[in-house]
Design a protein. Structure first.
Length: 183
């Protein structure tokens, strides 16, 4: 089930992130390695939850999350026409969902949200040094737009794909909240 996150999900969301931190570290990927970033990440999540931008997938437990965020103007320029896209942020899946294409299915769902809003693009930024994640997005149909490197950010690999792309048509996610197209 895909639904809007609530503040009651905060502990489970942080659990997803901590699990991802461990998996990334074990894979030798230097992302989210500093536990001191958890507090600021949680504060941002609370803002997104309260704004109705964070979604979760659950089946007896939380399996994944994605936030449809505003354009991050540290990366996207006015010439990119920021309002022409839905922006994927904080996409995390539990290791228990490995092999289910859940991350890709969430990207397809984000595309459906872009289409419903009349936006031609799904965009994201990811960690500049996480080549495995960049390759995942490329396999999911994203194209590398460019890499930005503001001194105060470690993210900045920018990707986009057409909102019309559906890579997992046999396993589409639908939201339980009928207001999903308003987001």
């Amino acid at each position: 089930m895909l639904r809007l996150a609530t503040t009651a999900d905060v502990d489970a969301l942080m659990g997803l992130r901590i699990e991802a931190e461990g998996w990334l570290a074990a894979a030798g990927i230097d992302q989210w390695r500093n536990p001191e970033t958890r507090g600021p990440a949680l504060a941002k999540w609370m803002i997104d939850i309260e704004a109705g931008r964070t979604w979760v997938v659950e089946d007896h437990s939380l399996l994944a999350t994605v936030t449809l965020a505003p354009a991050d103007m540290d990366f996207w320029k006015p010439s990119d026409l920021p309002d022409s896209a839905v922006y994927v942020a904080k996409l995390i899946t539990t290791r228990a969902a490995k092999g289910s294409s859940l991350g890709g299915r969430l990207l397809d769902w984000a595309g459906s949200q872009a289409r419903a809003q009349g936006k031609p693009w799904v965009r994201l930024d990811c960690w500049r040094d996480n080549q495995a994640l960049q390759e995942f997005y490329l396999r999911e149909g994203f194209e590398h737009v460019r890499t930005e490197a503001p001194a105060h950010r470690l993210s900045g690999w920018l990707g986009q794909r057409s909102a019309s792309v559906v890579r997992h048509p046999g396993a589409l996610l639908t939201a339980s909240d009928t207001s999903e197209t308003k987001r």
